[in-house]
Ligand binder design. Structure first.
Ligand code: NAP
Length: 306
């Protein structure tokens, strides 16, 4: 047997979110084609209030990807100074419109609008973001509901990378309603032992070093480096942080990629990791919404609307 002294461990392999999201989009496209042969045409309505440049980009990408997989995409725009009543009126119209299967309100909303009131005005069966309290409750109880897109995408990345997750210890860093909490719930449903670390946790790096799987959703560039990781850990970096420098703007995650990949066995890059999965799962959710609506007998879009 040859023993290599001072051998440098192999760097982590990249978890390719672009390639895995392409698989998900193919699955959605195939399903949409099957439905279209039955004269069923899933449709997603996206509402943007105001003109936040980052939100404009997100909405454009979502609508583009929807069209690519054959999902009808409907764009609604309201001015920055639109009233809450106007937003709620539009949502009521979309709720009542049988040709619309999914409703997404791009967040954040302008400060004068109550975000929670808007989210909870969306019919839960059309809530493709999975943020409505009825869907949140269903997720915790393990009922089939619309589940937040980013955590769903992270679970797919983990399954593609690790296969069965049963018995693994997962640490989720961050406890937001849109990422951290649903992520922890999904990992628990996959039979992981789950710890959630947050800003009040004592010695977060030590807790994290116990993990086979680390999911970072914090919003702090490069917070998690090699010293937070157990050798061989699988790292999912949800963070998207815009860094400005003299050489221009770039996106970085919550994980110090160069440092972490010397210890981890697999890691998502930023960009190209979790980001593409979020859009893919939004479209998958639109399909699921259409299926759930058919299951409860809501009539679907007429061909004339396509
Ligand atoms: P958020 O609502 O601001 O939540 C951040 C969480 O991180 C909070 O729970 C906070 O703890 C915790 N935290 C802050 N500092 C910490 C520290 N030093 N140690 C441990 N925990 C700490 O953020 P979010 O909406 O979940 O988003 C997180 C990141 O993911 C952001 O960069 C966001 O842009 C990105 N994101 C990416 C996607 C995607 O598609 N890739 C989707 C959504 C979000 P407390 O609760 O104690 O305050």
């Amino acid at each position: 047997m040859t023993i290599l002294l001072n051998a440098t461990p192999a760097p982590a392999r990249d978890i390719d979110g672009k390639a895995i999201s392409a698989l998900v989009l193919d699955e959605v496209r195939e399903e949409v084609e099957v439905l279209s042969r039955q004269q069923i045409f899933p449709a997603l309505a996206v509402l943007l209030v105001g003109a936040d440049p980052a939100s404009e980009v997100y909405v454009r990408n979502k609508l583009l990807r929807a069209r690519e997989v054959g999902i009808r995409s409907l764009e609604y725009r309201l001015a920055e100074n639109a009233s809450q009543a106007e937003v709620l009126d539009l949502i009521a119209q979309l709720n009542a419109d049988i040709t619309v299967n999914g409703i997404l309100v791009q967040l954040p909303l302008p400060a004068h609008i109550d975000e929670a009131a808007v989210i909870h005005a969306i019919d839960p069966i059309k809530d493709v973001d999975g943020f409505h309290r009825e869907n949140v409750g269903g997720l915790v109880q393990g009922i089939e509901v619309l589940t937040p897109c980013t955590p769903s995408g992270c679970m797919r990345l983990l399954h593609e990378t690790c296969g069965d997750l049963s018995g693994k210890h997962a640490v989720v860093i961050g406890r937001s309603n849109i990422v951290g909490k649903p992520m922890a719930t999904l990992l628990l449903q996959a039979d992981c032992s789950v710890s959630v670390v947050h800003s009040r946790s004592v010695d977060a790096p030590a807790l994290c070093r116990l993990a086979d799987i680390v999911v970072a959703a914090v919003g702090r560039p490069g917070l998690i480096d090699a010293s937070w990781l157990k050798p061989g850990a699988v790292v999912i970096d949800v963070g998207i942080n815009r860094i400005s420098s003299e050489s221009g703007n770039r996106l970085v995650g919550d994980v110090d990629y160069a440092s972490a990949r010397t210890v981890a066995s697999a890691i998502t890059p930023v960009p190209g990791g979790v980001g593409p999965m979020t859009i893919a799962y939004l479209l998958k959710n639109t399909l699921i919404a259409s299926q759930l609506q058919r299951a409860v007998g809501i009539r679907q879009a007429e061909p004339a609307f396509v």
